[in-house]
Design a protein around this ligand. Sequence first.
Ligand code: SAM
Ligand code: SF4
Length: 485
Amino acid sequence: MENLIKDIDIIGNQAVETCDYKTTAEENTGKAKKLYIESYGCQMNFSDSEIVASIMKDNGFDTTSEYEQADVIFLNTCSIREKAELTVRNRLAQFNTLKREKPDVTIGVLGCMAERIKDQLLEEEKLVDVVVGPDAYRDLPKLVAGAEEGQKGVNTFLSREETYADISPVRLNSNGVTAMISIMRGCDNMCSFCVVPFTRGRERSRDPHSIVKEVTELYQRGYKEVTLLGQNVDSYKWSPEENNKARLNKKNDVSEVVNSAHLLERVALIAPDLRVRFSTSHPKDITDDVLYTMKKYENICKYIHLPVQSGNSRILELMNRTYDREWYLERVAKIREILGEACGISSDMIAGFCTETEEEHKDTLSLMDIVQYDFSYMFYYSERPGTLAAKKFADDIPLDTKKRRLQEIIEKQNTLSLKRNQMDVGKIHKVLIEGTSKRSAEQLKGRNSANKMVVFPKGNHQIGEYVDVLVTDCTAATLFGDVVG
Ligand code: SAM
Ligand code: SF4
């Protein structure tokens, strides 16, 4: 069983691997230069790359999907686990060859690794010309111009206010139907295992008017679904006077406060046939107000990504998650009470956190049985330098044990996913068509409200259309059926 997991350190039961990357698609609007971006890690990073492409477009760059054709190559990086950083460093070594043949090409490292190991990148990986952290993307054109003149460009300043609210992202690799919208940046939570607060800075919420404007424009261009993105979307809190969460919490004299339930409502009201999703929800922040707002609007999808990380209260305390097993299970009970059994719930899990005993690991498995997750992203613990856990606790669970526990979690999740999907068989699901199925050009694919992928025969249907699909079969990952009505 242990052999099943080798160097893959994240496995979702949707087969997502951490070190997959997305590249820019070709966009030719007649600009003089070409930009190629590889984006690693979370959805926030993919969304950031769209902001970067927009900033560079205004400064004379079209995007390309072929790095050999690029004048500028950016790697938008992730530091969440060691494996993610190693992948990027190997990739940089590959670009070394290219740089030798084409010394004029500018190579930049953006995002979390830029923030965490900027000196190493500039000194060891000599080919890196530009190192820019997540809050300094407005500076990229200037730094790239400097690099073209032979100067190394660095800006890893973390801002307390930056949200890029005024920048209209270039939609990279878009299917023209679904889009991600960043609604906040940074994180104030300080979970002990996590590097994000150090690499992405303090929590800030984006002006809701700019969010509504961006979503309205997408809808007018034919988009049918938006996902509001942030590390803790339910912690969203904005006022005209202050967008920094910590400062706003200390202020009494603001004219208006917009929270996550208000924002969801404003976005849902843009159009009844525009679906709204959001991710990620932190268990301490998801309020009954949010759940009632989800219930009130049919177009807010009935799906919540609610990472638990561990099912054991002692481990949750060491992780500094600020809730315990009982709190989490109460939130799940509330979701079921308000939104019913059909609401999709997914999670992130970490196996083998510092000092975790066999019994405590079993608490994670038993919690999974109680919640009946639809799917999960599952990892084994990877110590990150500088985090609270790295400073305070020994990373004392042997790698083999971490991998074995992770495998048990994966097997549990696969059983639960199949069971949850079987409950959907025989029912009609409203599906938004997103594209052609990977397996056959004669099949289309789309998601139901609970975020499950549904595959069905093409008929005369088009991408971007809503269809009712009677589900007749399933695997743990996919529902299969036929359009009805
Ligand atoms: N903000 C989200 C939350 O709190 O639920 C999570 C964001 S983080 C980018 C995504 C996931 O990576 C986490 O939920 C956690 O499961 C995992 N993760 C973070 N740090 C990790 C570490 N040091 N080792 C293993 N997994 C980690
Ligand atoms: Fe990391 Fe915790 Fe913030 Fe999520 S909530 S980004 S896990 S510190």
